[in-house]
Design a protein around this ligand. Structure first.
Ligand SMILES: [Zn+2]
Length: 399
């Protein structure tokens, strides 16, 4: 490219160079599952590139400085690694306690110093910078319902909420869920705070599943992921049918992550979710359950839950046939919600079992990163030959 390229073109190139796919994407779920959304590596890699490019010249440095602190872990603010003043510039904030710190000042002190500091930082920033133009679009983690309420003024800009207790999200939708008395749709519409919230990943759904939500409360909601702790009692199918009956038609993604059921799917779910393109269900179902013309394209498979639930090799094949609906008549794409790296090294027999099951049925299967087993093996071979000092017993971590 000519050195006389316009400033606008250079800005476009620089923005492309520091872009962070998926992690800062507000429509990530169409391409990947929720687990990969918490994978921070692409962000820190982009930050290394940004810092390198800033050293090229003063003009680049000035331009790229505008992209400081796109993602902030509140844990870093508490530990004074990131200044409090940076919070309004973050597109994504993570409220989770990282938990692997041995510092005496906050994490290993007597009493609740860490959480007191968390309150000072989080509530302090929301109050101190309440008139600032915050850029926050994505929030991960929940710091107690009473503290999340203070986020209210920023909610109109929120596009994604990850790992949230349902009570918090209800509060933003302005539903009086605690008393089982949802506001009428008309009133809710006028009070709706979460107008742009398109993706919700909900944990700890509790009994509020027994009431319905309406499109008036979450007019932009398209992607709903419900993660239920395997220690909890399963929901009855009618409970989440009730929960979804109004919001269901606007959803494009519905992932209900729970341990495997042997219960058959109530096929009326398909009429409650007539536009869903990506689904995860814990129930036993077949492709013939889906009405003709339904737009479903992608099925997420909770492979490791099959592994946990059916712990004998002899039962894996039958479990897969019950919980991974395959058919040559209807081609769907399948994605596991863990990485090959994890399953292949932790459970090699099951990995090969699930791979051969999909291969025998001529169905496409990828992992949480979007790789087929072949692609992952090629990646491993390349990585192996690139190592200057190769070792033969290195076991990769979860991701
Ligand atoms: Zn610490």
């Amino acid at each position: 490219m000519s050195s006389k390229a316009s400033v606008e073109i250079w800005h476009t190139i620089l923005k492309y160079a520091i872009s962070v796919p998926i992690f800062l994407d507000v429509e990530f779920i169409q391409a990947r599952g929720i687990d990969q959304y918490s994978y921070q590596y692409p962000y820190w890699q982009a930050e290394r590139i940004r810092n390198t490019l800033r050293r090229v010249c003063h003009a680049w440095s000035g331009f790229l400085k505008l992209y400081d602190h796109r993602f902030i872990r509140i844990d870093d603010v508490i530990h004074k690694r990131v200044p409090l003043t940076a919070l309004p510039s973050a597109i994504r904030i993570d409220l989770e306690w990282i938990g692997n710190c041995s510092c005496a000042e906050y994490c290993n002190s007597v009493g609740d110093i860490y959480w007191d500091e968390m309150q000072d930082v989080w509530m302090g920033a929301l109050c101190k910078y309440d008139t600032y133009p915050w850029k926050l679009e994505i929030i991960g983690g929940c710091y107690g319902r009473e503290h999340m309420h203070a986020l209210g003024p920023l909610v109109p800009n929120l596009r994604v909420m990850v790992s949230q207790e349902w009570g918090v999200i209800f509060a933003f939708g302005r539903i009086i869920s605690d008393v089982g008395n949802p506001l009428g749709p008309q009133l809710s519409m006028s009070m709706c705070a979460a107008a742009n919230l398109g993706t919700i990943h909900m944990t700890d759904p509790d009994l509020s599943m027994k009431i319905s939500i309406t499109s008036g409360e979450f007019p932009s909601l398209r992607h709903l992921i419900i993660d239920v702790d395997d220690m909890q009692e399963p929901f009855e199918q009618w409970e989440f049918h009730t929960f979804l009956q109004y919001i269901g038609p606007q959803l494009r993604t519905f992932h209900y992550r729970y341990q495997i059921h042997v219960e058959s799917l109530d096929s009326s779910l398909w009429s409650i979710l007539p536009n869903v393109e990506s689904i995860q269900l814990p129930f036993r179902w077949t492709l013939s359950d889906i009405p003709k013309g339904h737009p479903l394209k992608r099925v997420q498979v909770a492979a490791w839950r099959i592994l946990d639930h059916f712990n004998e090799e002899s039962t894996w094949d039958s479990a897969l046939s019950l919980h991974c609906p395959l058919s040559s008549q209807r081609k769907l794409s399948y994605a596991r919600d863990v990485a090959w790296r994890y399953l292949l090294f932790e459970h090699p027999s099951f990995s090969l079992c699930i791979w051969s099951y999909f291969e025998d049925n001529d169905a496409h299967l990828e992992d949480v990163h979007g790789d087929t087993l072949f692609q992952y093996i090629i990646f491993l071979i390349k990585a192996f030959w690139k190592q200057p000092h190769r070792t033969y017993c290195r076991t990769p971590s979860y991701h």
